[in-house]
Design a protein around this ligand. Sequence first.
Ligand SMILES: *Cc1c(COP(=O)(O)O)cnc(C)c1O
Length: 360
Amino acid sequence: MAFNLNCYPISYRAKYTADGKWAEEFLEKPHKTPEEEARLSPAEAEELANSRNYYGDMPLVNYTTQYGLGCFEGLKALPQMNGSYAIFRPSENAKRFYDSMQGLYMPPFPQETFLKALKEMTRRNIELGFCPVYKAEWEKDSFSGADSIYLRPFSYSEGGIGVNISRMPWVVMAATPVSAYFSAGTSDAIVTERIRATSGGTGMIKANSNYVISVLARHEAAEQGYMESIFLDAEKRRYVEEGSSSNIFFYLKSGELVTPELGDTILPGITRLSLIELARDRGVKVTERKIAIEEAFSDAKECFVCGTAAGATPLSSITWNGKKVSFNYPGELATELQKILKGIQYGVLPDDKGWLLPVV
Ligand SMILES: *Cc1c(COP(=O)(O)O)cnc(C)c1O
C-alpha cells in the first residue's frame, strides 16, 4: 500500500469570508471504532470511506475543478518511538502553502492558523483511535515499511465558470493512512520528453495544474516498466530538473552531492531542504546547481529522488535517448540519509534541529 483514500473521520475546513477572516470548522464524518471498521467487508469499508471523502455543500463547478486553479500540501504525522505523535516540519509547509496561495492570487492562509488546524485535526483523529501504532520491527529496515498519517491541506475555490481567480476559497485538510510510497522491486527511471514546468509558469508553486504533466509522464514510464520519470529543462532539454513529483540528487564520484538549484521551474521540497542539511552535517559537499544529463551519466555514482511520500528513494538506473546508466543501488549515501531522516521522523534519533511538532 502506498497512498490510501480511506480518509480518517476528522477533517477541517476554513472559508474565506467577506470581512477578510477565515471561518473555521472541524468536521466529524461517519465512522465506527477502528476495530469495528477493520471487521467490515471490503464493500462496506469502501462505502464508509467514500462517505468520508464527500463535502456535499461545496460547489462542483468552480475554478479548481474546471481550470485546475488550486494548490496543496502533503506532510506527515508520525508515531514516535515513545508512543507520542509528531508532525515533521509543518511550519515549512505552512509557509509554502501561504506562498502558493499568494502565487495563485488567492487570499493567503495565515501560517499560524494552518499549524493550529493541522495539529488539532491530527490530535482529534488520534483521540478516536485513527492512527498507526509505533512498531519496533520498523527499526530493522530503517522504517522503509513504516506507517504514518498523511496530511493533505488544499485550496478549493468558490463556484465559478468564467475564467477567473478565486477570491473566496476554502482551505480543506484531510488525513489518510500512508505507508511506503514506491513499491519495492523496480527502481529504474526514464527521462521523459515531456516538459513539467517552463520559465514564467507555476513550477515553483505546489499547484494542482503542475501535476497533469507529471501524471502523464509517470504513467508512460510505468507502461514501459519504469518506476519513475525524470524531467529535463524546457529550454535546453539538457539539465535535470525533477522526478515526477519529487526532487532529485546525484552523488558524484568526486564526492560532491548535487541537486538542481531552485528557480521558477523547481519545486522547493522540504525533504530536499532537509537532506541538504543532513548531508552537510555529515561533511558531504552539497552543491545546488544545474546538472546536465550527460554529466549525471558520466560522473554520478548514486542517484536518489526525494519527497514527503518517498523519503530518499534510490534509483538503480536512468535511461535517456536509448542509453542506460546504472548506479550503486541502493547507494551508500542515500541509505545513510534515509536512515537519519527516518530516525529523526520516528523519534529514534534526537531531534536536534527542532523539526518535529509534537501533537500528543
Ligand atoms: C511536493 C513536491 C515535491 C516534494 O516536496 P516535499 O516538501 O519534500 O514533499 C517535489 N517536487 C514536486 C513537483 C512536488 O510537488
